[in-house]
Write a protein of this length. Structure first.
Lengths: 325, 342
């Protein structure tokens, strides 16, 4: 077991998979000479050379589509989007090509590709650079969407994503890159579609993924001090979704709060809240609560931007509502 | 290269043989094969139109009639054992030119389980992985980065192949075109970009929406030379694409061609094409790629009877394709959820 950062865990996953399989390439803006906008790819150009660690121009649609074509032809590209905000430039390629190529061709083609980068707000970045875009990717059949919350999960899930024969959107977080955590030494591959109970509990199920999961764990500790024993379920993967793990937990606790830093309208969080409401109806002692971003673009001012996001207080308040406390 | 002559509106019909030198030097069997492929496409497309009218085929159906020489001449110039083709939504012609079976294509148009894409693709999504036919793409210009990525794989593996990527005069203004050309150039990718200029992006004359009307220059700002090719002459298309593919392959570089052509039908089956004059259409029909090639071959002994025999053969092929499609089963509803994930 080693304690490493989220960034180092991602790098280790890429490095190990590139060493294991020469069809794995990394391409994106600043991934090579600059060593990555967030230093995830530090040292990889030196190790693997410019044929495999490829600096692109600022042409998201173009290099995303190029990755898709290369994947159809047998390579396994990792496309780094400097942030998910810029992936909107490439959305047509992901929606119209990556996710549908297999279906439209009657199963003739696979698109084994990973699109990865930081998603969601960081700090002081304003409206265009602070978007949590999981909903638009999770919406599309044919894509997988992965969102780890710890370095160990980041490593194991990224390795599984690289080996997967489907297009995977892999969500990271700018503020997460420096997070530290224990990562098992040696080979670590975590199957996509397996949720993980990060904190067992019996009174309420808190469901989250990606960056807010840490906040959810803090809320659970605050609740414990108030005598509420919360279970924290980390989805880790949004598509495929481990519905069985969700229902198993909620049927034990009979109460559920979903936490998602995206906007609430037609979101991953709202979808999961609907799934739980529908499938655990007889087991629920209270309506499912959703803690989401406020339904506004992200402001620059720090006080305002914090107010726009989920918080420990908002989660604790939601738990109080479902426990009628 | 071919210079700037070719199928411009109101231009005189292409000169007899002039561009080809002595056609007698070109293998007669090869010429017959080109004619056969063009005629197959023409008759297949006419039959598709007929079946559309009978509501056997639904949705968008973009016919290739008039443009046959472009797909046929180009695909005859490459080796699909190592080369690849990527096209847009007017894709029936390329599919037939690369040898996909008319039966399976007609069945796909009918939405049947036996179709090349199991009835899930339709007219715009013909694919054949084994023949290196990578679609069939319904979003204007979306196939251009994909094709460029296939070329990246060839380059990465040092395989010696080349990609032919077709798109229309409408797609050339998409960012995907410009981004792809830039990256193909900086990464030395072996790809021939073929702008198949049929003069209309849906109902819009390309001259109304382009800052330049000579598309051959469109690659030059990326350091990619371009030239114009008369797309109504299958031998010229073949010769120019062969030269372009050779260059792309041997120098590992992108090449750009503007192939001037014309579609006789509307953009899709729902388009009566009222944005152009009957005179313009007729002027192009005088440059018909099949008639040009037939006339040329007649000088070297190809007879009307030979042509009639081909007509009969392809009528039978289309009859068979329709019969096969008619008799094929609908996809089982259980297949709805198949092919979403690998």
């Amino acid at each position: 077991m080693s304690v490493i950062t989220f960034r180092e865990a991602l790098r280790a996953a890429i490095d190990e998979e590139m060493a294991r399989d020469d069809s794995v390439l990394l391409l994106g803006e600043e991934v090579g000479q600059y060593n990555g906008a967030y230093k995830v790819s530090q040292g990889l150009l030196e190790k693997y050379g410019p044929d495999r660690v490829i600096d692109t121009p600022i042409s998201e649609e173009g290099f995303t589509g190029i990755g898709i074509g290369a994947a159809m032809a047998g390579l396994r590209p990792i496309v780094e989007w400097m942030t998910l905000n810029f992936s909107l430039q490439a959305l047509d390629q992901v929606y119209s090509n990556a996710s549908k190529m297999r279906y439209m061709s009657g199963g003739q083609f696979s698109v084994p590709i990973v699109f990865r980068g930081p998603n969601g707000p960081a700090e002081f970045l304003g409206s265009q650079h602070s978007q949590a875009l999981q909903s638009i990717y999770a919406h599309v059949p044919g894509l997988k969407v992965v969102a780890p919350s710890t370095p160990a999960d980041a490593k194991g899930l990224l390795k599984a994503s690289i080996r997967d024969n489907n297009p995977v959107v892999f969500l990271e977080g700018e503020l997460m890159y420096s997070w530290k955590g224990e990562v098992p030494d040696g080979e670590l591959v975590i199957p996509l579609g397996t949720a993980d109970i990060k904190r067992p509990g019996k009174d309420v199920t808190l469901i989250g993924f990606s960056k807010p999961l840490r906040m959810v764990l803090e809320a659970a500790e605050a609740l414990a001090a108030q005598g509420v024993d919360a279970e924290v379920l980390d989805l880790r993967s949004i598509r495929p979704l481990d519905e069985a793990a969700i229902y198993e937990s909620v049927r034990r606790t009979n109460r559920c709060v979903v936490v998602d830093e995206a906007w609430p309208f037609a979101s991953v969080g709202s979808h999961i809240a609907w799934l739980v409401s529908r499938n655990c109806f007889d087991d629920l002692d209270a309506a499912v609560e959703l803690v989401s971003a406020e339904d506004v673009p992200m402001p620059y001012n720090h006080g305002l931007e914090l107010a726009a996001q989920p918080s420990v207080e908002k989660i604790v308040d939601a738990v109080k509502r479902v426990t009628y406390a | 290269m071919a210079g700037t002559k070719g199928a411009r509106a109101g231009a005189p019909a292409v000169q007899e043989n002039g561009a080809q030198g002595d056609v007698r030097k070109i293998d007669a069997g090869f010429q017959v094969e080109l004619l056969r492929k063009m005629l197959l496409i023409r008759r297949f497309e006419e039959r598709a139109a007929q079946m559309y009218g009978l509501k056997k085929i639904g949705g968008f159906c973009h016919l290739y009639i008039g443009q046959e020489a472009v797909a046929v001449g180009a695909i005859a110039a490459i080796d699909l054992a190592k080369d690849y083709i990527v096209a847009a939504y007017r894709d029936h012609g390329y599919a037939l030119a690369c040898g996909m079976e008319p039966r399976l294509l007609m069945a796909e148009l009918f939405g049947k389980a036996t179709g090349v894409s199991r009835g899930k693709g339709g007219s715009m999504h013909f694919f054949d992985a084994a023949r290196h036919m990578y679609g069939g793409n319904g979003i204007v210009g979306a196939q251009i980065p994909v094709a460029t990525g296939v070329a990246m794989k060839i380059r990465y593996r040092r395989e010696g192949g080349v990609v032919l990527c077709w798109f229309g005069d409408g797609a050339i203004h998409q960012g995907s075109f410009h981004e792809s050309l830039n990256m193909a150039k900086i990464w030395n990718l072996p790809i021939v970009y073929i702008c198949e200029n049929n003069h209309y992006g849906m109902g819009t004359d390309f001259r109304r929406v382009s800052s330049v009307t000579d598309f051959a220059v469109m690659g030059s700002s990326y350091g990619i030379p371009g030239s114009q090719v008369n797309g109504m002459d299958v031998l010229e298309v073949h010769r120019e694409v062969k030269a372009a593919a050779k260059r792309a392959r041997s120098e590992s570089t992108p090449v750009f061609l503007e192939v001037l052509t014309y579609r006789y039908r509307g953009h899709s089956m729902s388009d009566p094409a009222k944005y152009r004059t009957p005179e313009e259409l007729e002027s192009y029909k005088k440059q018909d790629p099949i008639l040009i090639q037939k006339a040329r071959m007649q000088e070297t002994g190809f007879s009307d009877a030979d042509f009639s025999a081909l007509e009969a053969e392809f009528k039978a092929v289309c009859d068979d394709a329709v019969k096969f499609a008619e008799e094929s089963p609908e996809p089982d509803l259980s297949t709805l959820h198949e092919d979403v994930y690998a």
